[in-house]
Design a protein around this ligand. Structure first.
Ligand code: ADP
Ligand code: ADP
Ligand code: MG
Length: 671
């Protein structure tokens, strides 16, 4: 594509920007747009009526029901919202329509400015196969593989044979690590293609595949580039995103701790060459995998990326501001030699998911949302706040915690502190896992590859430690304080609530469960100072609520500040010894320990049945796959809880099922 083909009229000054996205990226774009004096328009689905991005924009338009296809992915409804509000430009964020050439073209046809490249550039670079063919011509090094048009089974099988194993089967239209399978032998190829195609069809409406050699011990290195409509194109250094799970980034940092200066310059030059091949306009990322010696192009993302803040923190450039200025038709504010690298930045993605349950997404209402102040090199990009619902319809990313410091070590320390001071309750999040990850010695030493998380999963998801005296005392403090609050709200005397009497010496026994272990703490109170007895030890006990979830505890004269949160009978504690989840055993009973319905296979979350993997009447081993559900865009396979016979399949492929619905039944094998 020749440079002259960029129609100048596509990029011009505007005053009103519509953000066709939700969550943290919508909030992020709104922040810069407002700072530049633009009027902002949010769009939202029925599930997001009270979402943060809606309240942060100057105007907001309801565009449809929760399902993304009917709202955030509806080109028609978004254009309609732009027309209604007089928006002149649309920022697509990432995900959703951000890499849709059809959307970019529809904007242009409607006389709207698409904040991003032209539809032609997206078409050229948006498909992994197409972009690899282009890069091959431009002389950018590629991972060896097959990226041809023909998709017949035998052509793919022959290509695989020629490339050799292990290899990767990848959806050409893929993104977010979906539609991709590692294949280690010829026998695994056919089933991998079937399942990758199914995932790709559902997620991207396109099931064309390419095949690539799987690079050994791979590292992910990518380069941020920005081009303007005057033919200027610069790179803003690289990011390393090697810490991944299921090919999806978890931690990202800049610059890469793996490259030396010469390698850094080489990869940035390769990226400029790649983007230059299409006279790229807008922000984009050129992604490479590296075997530790060489880098190979894998794809280009023709949009802003989740991890863009680490680049912003080391360069001082606001990438959203640059995107908007390019959309105004301006020249890039800096030339290549004016872009300097300063210090080190690292980002962690906070997800609503449970690392102890195979990272199953967690949905529900956020009851507590506390993030640290944005001082001391910390930045928080959030899309949620207290009281918000996390919907099963969208990506489970809640926020990003990002840290900058002069050195990598110091940046890691700041990030970890930021994660430890992040408390999100009501749903399960991955923050403890992220803390364990960033402080792992191999991460510090940078002796990692993209398989690191999978290999180290056990060490990264430790069960919570057994609570000690400090934790049990903190638990008692939280329970007593919450009872006092209830008493105050009911305007009764706190002494009238169960167990509190003003005269004489009284005792109250608290029972706690942590896994299968039970622990007891006895509060001795009444006349004279309170104490707590645990086993045969007795400590002086004083507690005062400090600020929100913080408690000051004084035990035998030593004061410490701890986090204690009680939700129903579940206690969450953070003390100097770490994080603890404890169950308070209801003194009035009602703690039913029977696990009911274990033989029932139940949908853990709302989802769609995408595959049935066993037949009725089949004898199953413990752990055998029964069916696959797609939940929040990820496939989750439900397995037999014990050896048994599959009795009853109560769903079929394509069913949309609600949480808790019984899908099948397994009858245990008679002993
Ligand atoms: P990739 O992993 O495809 O190289 P990114 O690292 O930029 O690219 O991640 C983009 C992913 O972020 C999307 O594929 C999607 O899963 C997720 N995503 C999309 N929209 C949102 C959003 N509004 N909030 C949070 N996450 C999102
Ligand atoms: P997506 O669009 O989902 O981001 P990518 O092609 O960027 O797809 O691949 C996602 C991740 O998978 C990469 O970041 C990298 O870790 C891994 N990966 C991709 N291609 C290869 C390869 N050929 N060899 C080894 N790992 C790869
Ligand atoms: Mg990628």
């Amino acid at each position: 594509m020749a440079h002259a083909e960029i129609p100048k009229a596509l990029y011009r000054r505007f005053r009103t920007l519509l953000i066709a996205n939700r969550g943290e990226i919508a909030c992020r774009v709104i922040r810069t747009a407002r700072a530049m004096g633009l009027r902002t328009v949010a769009v939202y689905s029925e599930a997001d009526a009270n979402a943060l991005h809606v309240t942060e924009a100057d105007e907001a338009v309801l565009i449809g029901p929760a399902r993304a296809r009917d709202s955030y992915l509806s080109i028609e409804r978004i254009l309609e919202a732009a027309r209604k509000t007089g928006a002149e430009a649309i920022h697509p964020g990432y995900g959703f329509l951000s890499e849709s050439a059809e959307f970019a073209q529809a904007c242009a046809d409607a006389g709207l400015i698409f904040v991003g490249p032209t539809a032609d550039m997206i078409t050229a670079m948006g498909s992994k196969s197409g972009s690899k063919a282009l890069m091959e011509k431009a002389g950018v090094p590629l991972v060896p593989g097959y990226h041809g048009e023909a998709q017949d089974d035998d052509i793919l099988a022959k290509a695989a044979d020629k490339i050799g194993f292990p290899l990767l089967v990848k959806a050409s239209a893929g993104g977010g690590g979906r539609g991709m399978r590692v294949v280690r032998s010829a026998a695994e190829l056919a089933p991998a293609i079937v399942s990758a195609k199914r995932e790709a069809k559902a997620a991207f409406g396109d099931d064309r595949m390419l095949i690539e050699k799987y690079v050994d011990n791979p590292r992910h290195i990518e380069v941020q580039i920005v081009g303007d409509s005057h033919g200027n194109l610069v790179s803003l250094f690289e990011r390393e995103c090697t810490l991944q799970r299921r090919h999806q980034k978890v931690i990202e940092e800049a610059p890469s701790p793996t490259l030396n200066d010469a390698q850094r310059e080489a990869v940035c030059a390769a990226a400029r060459k790649a983007a230059g091949a299409v006279n790229y306009v807008g922000a984009g990322t050129i992604e490479f995998v590296s075997d530790g010696k060489e880098v190979f192009f894998i794809e280009m993302n023709t949009r802003l990326q989740v991890e863009h803040p680490v680049t912003e923190l080391i360069t001082g450039v606001d990438l959203v501001e640059w995107q908007l200025r390019v959309a105004f038709g301006e020249k890039l504010p800096l030339a290549q030699d004016q872009i300097r690298l300063n210090g080190h930045a690292i980002e962690a993605r906070v997800y609503a998911e449970n690392p102890h349950k195979n990272f199953m997404p967690s949905v529900g209402r956020i009851r507590t949302w506390r993030t640290p102040a944005e001082t001391n090199g910390l930045r928080i990009d959030a899309g949620y706040r207290e009281g918000d619902a996390v919907s099963p319809n969208y990506d489970a990313m809640l926020a990003k915690v990002i840290a900058w410091a002069p050195t990598r070590d110091a940046a890691i320390n700041r990030l970890n502190r930021g994660l430890e001071e992040t408390d999100i309750r009501g749903i399960v999040t991955n923050t403890p896992f992220l803390s364990a990850l960033v402080t792992h010695p191999d991460v510090r030493a940078n002796t990692i590859d993209t398989g690191f998380i999978e290999r180290e999963l056990k060490a990264l998801t430790p069960g919570s430690a057994t609570p000690g005296d400090l934790e049990l005392c903190a638990a008692v403090a939280a329970i007593v304080a919450s009872e006092k609050q209830v008493a105050r709200a009911a305007q009764t005397s706190p002494w009238q609530t169960a167990g509190w009497m003003p005269v004489g010496r009284r005792q109250r026994v608290f029972r706690f469960k942590h896994g299968a272990d039970e622990q007891r703490a006895t509060l001795n109170y009444g006349s004279g100072p309170a104490t707590i007895s645990i086993g045969d030890r007795e400590v002086g006990f004083e507690a005062s609520a400090a600020d929100g979830v913080y408690f000051d505890l004084t035990l035998d004269g030593s004061r410490s500040r701890n986090v204690s949160v009680i939700e129903g009978h579940e206690l969450y504690l953070r003390t100097r010894n770490g994080r603890f989840d404890i169950h308070w055993v209801d003194p009035f009973g009602g703690d039913d320990e029977e696990q009911v319905g274990e033989d029932k296979i139940v949908a853990p979350l709302p989802g769609t049945v995408v595959a049935l993997l066993a037949e009725e009447g089949a004898t199953l081993e413990k752990g055998a796959a029964i069916l696959t559900l797609e939940v929040m865009k990820m496939e989750q396979t439900l397995r037999a809880p014990f050896a048994g016979v599959l009795k009853n399949i109560k769903c079929k492929v394509g069913d949309i099922v609600q949480e808790g619905v019984e899908l099948a039944e397994v009858e245990p094998l008679a002993e």
